[in-house]
Design a protein around this ligand. Structure first.
Ligand code: B12
Length: 68
């Protein structure tokens, strides 16, 4: 809740609206909904299967010019 609002603010200030913003790590459950409200597409906590993260990112960037 310290870094993400700043990142969102800087992305907005730069006019960047085509980035799939994801967050991972030891994130308190109570913060997850607020992070999503701020514009975070996905929040991944410890134990998330790596395939799930990969699939989420692949789906999220589908149709973009630099598709992975
Ligand atoms: C994917 C990933 C995550 C995912 C893990 C998903 C999961 N299944 O739990 C998420 C987003 C949850 C995550 C969380 C964190 N991570 Co991480 N993570 C990675 C990353 C990008 C890839 C790891 C990987 O998939 N390796 C390939 C597989 C085949 O090997 P593996 O041994 O099975 O990998 C597992 C472990 O690495 C474990 N894991 C991931 N991060 C961490 C951190 C610690 C301290 C521990 C013990 C285990 C662990 O999850 C992986 C998948 O199950 C690495 C960077 C890198 N390039 O290695 C950073 C990395 C390992 N993470 C790091 C850190 C700091 C964290 C967090 C402490 C961040 C935070 N402040 O909350 C937490 C701790 C989570 C924990 N205690 O388990 C650092 C570790 C630095 C260090 N020298 O100790 C790294 C090196 C990134 C970095 N450069 O800063 N992480």
């Amino acid at each position: 809740m310290t870094l993400v609002p700043k990142i969102v603010e800087l992305l907005e200030a730069q006019g960047v609206d085509d980035v799939l913003l994801t967050v991972g790590g030891t994130i308190p459950t109570r913060d997850i909904e607020e992070l999503k409200q701020l514009g975070v597409a996905g929040v991944f906590t410890p134990g998330t299967p790596t395939d799930e993260i990969v699939e989420f990112i692949r789906d999220g960037v589908k149709g973009r010019s630099r598709e992975i």
